[in-house]
Design a binder for this molecule. Structure first.
Ligand SMILES: CSC[C@H](NC(=O)[C@H](Cc1ccccc1)NC(=O)N1CCOCC1)C(=O)N[C@@H](CC1CCCCC1)[C@@H](O)C(=O)OC(C)C
Length: 329
């Protein structure tokens, strides 16, 4: 058995990727952000304050014949960008890309932070991290993928995110036609709840890879590629107009710049991010100053291979073998 779901960029900057999920009976379809950096499936619901839920599609457990309250359970989560949400828990049927989990913990939001209120294109998150990261108390719940894994043809999923185009999340199979190069595999460290791995080196503009390893996480829920300052500086030293912009809280440059590519080694193969993907977006509509897709990870304390990096590859999240596969696209 397998599943295959389309995913779409939320805006012109590919800020987040939206995937439709069916919850309950009859199906209630909600647009969710699939996040390999967290492990909770939570949604805006009939229990979310009306003022906060305005503009969002919501889940109503009372309208689902298969919904059951998980009595005494609660959850509360805070993300890297300091956004947060919390609430109580139901179990219900959840279908992703045609594959159904009959009794999935669906975390209903009774509180959401301002960023979520304003982000009306999504109605919540579907965590694809390791179960150890789930925040439900008194007993942690499994992710949708963890519940599905044993019934899937293979206990793995792939992410094929694209710049301004429809991509896919496939469950239980690898569609190698999505990739141009071979899949390089490397061990995944799930101890912190997300998909940790080590890249063996990097290079700028097609040069030979160096041997400076980079340990970080593969995170579909983070927009940017966030790396150590020395790597960021090594890259932008090649960009004439690059400068740190306090108001933008990041490196910006002239939109007309011909940006160099950025490559990293992983699992014996090389992934090259074309310079075009590192020009994320003008700092405001019509501006000729653009914001960099590669930024410093110093404030977060962890390197994050977010969507800017993932867009250059087909990435295999292989739970069965506790490994990550990367293939050039
Ligand atoms: C350094 S970690 C920052 C990361 N957030 C992000 O990357 C958000 C995602 C977003 C896009 C659009 C609207 C709202 C939020 N984007 C962001 O901070 N941007 C600022 C810089 O320009 C690009 C957009 C983050 O917190 N990721 C979360 C999932 C994320 C999904 C969207 C809603 C908010 C939560 C998660 O992956 C996480 O916390 O990972 C940990 C392990 C770092």
């Amino acid at each position: 058995q397998t599943g295959s779901a389309n995913t779409n960029p939320s805006d012109s900057a590919d800020d987040e990727y939206i995937t439709n999920v069916s919850i309950g009976t009859p199906a209630q379809v909600l647009p969710l952000d699939f996040d390999t950096g967290s492990s909770d499936l939570w949604v805006f619901s009939s229990e979310t304050p009306k003022s906060s839920a305005s503009g969002h599609v919501t889940y109503s457990p009372s309208k689902s014949s298969t919904a059951k309250k998980l009595s005494g359970a609660s959850w509360s989560i805070t993300y890297g960008d300091h956004s947060s949400s919390s609430g109580d828990v139901y179990t219900d049927k959840v279908t992703v890309g045609g594959f159904s989990v009959s009794s999935q913990a669906v975390e209903s939001a009774t509180k959401v932070s301002t960023q979520f209120v304003q982000d009306t294109v999504i109605s919540g998150l579907l965590g694809l991290g390791f179960d150890v990261g789930n925040t439900v108390k008194p007993r942690a719940q499994k992710t949708w993928f963890s519940n599905a894994a044993n019934s899937l043809a293979q206990p793995l999923f792939t992410a094929d995110l694209k710049h301004q185009q429809t991509g896919s999340y496939n469950f239980g199979f690898i569609d190698t036609t999505l990739a141009k190069g071979p899949i390089g595999y490397t061990p995944a460290d799930g101890s912190e709840g997300y998909w940790g791995f080590t890249a063996t080196g990097y290079s700028v503009g097609g040069a030979k890879l160096n041997r400076n390893s980079i340990t970080g996480i593969a995170d579909t829920g983070t927009t940017l590629l966030l790396l150590d300052d020395d790597v960021v500086n090594a890259y932008y030293n090649n960009v004439e107009s690059a400068q740190y912009d306090d108001s933008q809280q990041g490196v910006v440059f002239d939109c007309s710049e011909d940006l160099p590519s950025f490559s990293f080694g992983v699992g014996g193969t090389t992934i090259t991010i074309p310079g075009s993907l590192i020009n994320l977006t003008p700092v405001s509509d019509g501006s000729s100053t653009c914001f960099g897709g590669l930024q410093s990870s110093a404030d977060i304390g962890i390197n994050i291979f977010g969507d800017v990096a993932l867009k250059a590859a087909l990435v295999v999240f292989d739970l069965g073998n506790e490994r990550l596969g990367w293939a050039q696209k």
